[in-house]
Design a protein around this ligand. Structure first.
Ligand code: GRF
Length: 209
């Protein structure tokens, strides 16, 4: 049984896709141990509670220093003995100690085809604004392992989505969520639950069981 913690900051539609996929059997042998938000107002926390999952808020504002917040976040994950940390719209820089302790056991979803439109400053609607400004005809989403860089870890899965000439950043964001993010995040979790994802020489190999 793969035990996961899902870290969130906002609406939690990717969290919902994971919850729904466990419920309908697209993800098997997996349990969400806890949903952790840095933002007390994140609707993702409500989604977790509705699904009967432990929902907790660890806000940097409740701590005297960033180091104290980072330690509390790592403690919370360690205490729950999870195998995988899923960043699903988590808008906080992951503490280096967490990256070291969970090497190739933290995954993130980014709403573009990495290496396009990623790295520092490319988050939320900024990603889609940049894609539209450049005039790309295809964008998409990427699930990758988290390393010390920003969006630089090994790529696990990507899915392309068409860009339309009349798209606004909001419309493109929604299409990428519906057609890519909500599909590939559950698929990757299911592959990891069945030990099919391995990193070899910095690259991900999807293998047979
Ligand atoms: C998604 O677009 C994700 O790719 C990005 O943040 C957004 C999270 O949305 N990292 P939600 O909270 O899952 O609805």
């Amino acid at each position: 049984m793969l035990k996961i913690a899902v870290l969130v900051s906002g609406g939690g539609t990717n969290l919902q896709a994971i919850i729904d996929s466990i419920a309908d059997g697209r993800i098997t042998d997996t349990k969400i141990e806890a949903v952790i938000s840095n933002n007390p107002k994140a609707y993702a926390l409500e989604r977790a509670k509705k699904a009967g999952i432990e929902a907790l808020c660890i806000s940097p504002k409740s701590f005297e220093s960033r180091a104290d917040f980072n330690a509390a976040l790592l403690d919370a994950v360690n205490e729950r003995q999870v195998d995988l940390i899923v960043l699903a719209g988590f808008m906080v820089v992951v503490p280096e100690a967490m990256i070291r302790a969970y090497r190739n056991r933290i995954i993130n979803i980014h709403p573009s085809l990495i290496p396009s439109f990623c790295g520092t400053g490319y988050y939320g609607l900024h990603v889609h604004e940049a894609a539209l400004k450049r005039g790309v005809k295809i964008s998409g989403a990427t699930v990758h392992f988290v390393d010390e860089g920003t969006d630089t870890g090994p790529i696990i899965m990507q899915k392309a989505v068409e860009v339309h000439s009349d798209d606004t950043p909001e419309v493109l964001q929604r299409r990428i969520m519906e057609q890519a993010e909500w599909q590939i995040m559950p698929q990757v979790i299911n592959l990891i639950a069945h030990d099919r994802v391995h990193v070899v020489d910095g690259k991900v190999m999807i293998g047979e069981k």
